[in-house]
Design a protein around this ligand. Sequence first.
Ligand code: ZN
Length: 174
Amino acid sequence: MSKTFQPQGQQQSVPPTTPSNDEHWMRVALVAARAASELGEVPVGACVVSSDGTLLAVAGNRTRINCDPTAHAEIVALREAARQVGNYRLTETIVYSTIEPCAMCAGALVQARVKRLAYGAPDERAGAVASVFRVCDASSLNHCLELTPGVLEEECRNMMQAFFRARRKARIKE
Ligand code: ZN
């Protein structure tokens, strides 16, 4: 992969976070999602990677454990990444999320000036990247993210569906 600057865009990608490595980083997010589900959390995982390929933060949902409605995987990971780099702007980072972010998380990604978002499965009910709202590339906001949907989509969707299926079953037994 060439590192030469391409005049048209911000495509001076370095190998570790090029789309060809998206599946690797999505697997890191999936591990966090699985760990969250084992704690009874909705299995969403996210990680923040700098464009030179350093993992800055990885997190799963923690809303129940933290008793915090804002403790979605993306928010927890963004907070940790900002602490790691000592900057509330995460301009040279890529965020990987197993599920299309909600309105709160999509807004936080814009606030953090994240460069690119890659996500797994769409969330047709609450997704705020493409499904219900388009927060990450709204022309009225002063920052747009590059978007890469559908990374390991099936694995991400399956994890979510298995969790809710198991929860429904548990409720029927009660
Ligand atoms: Zn969210």
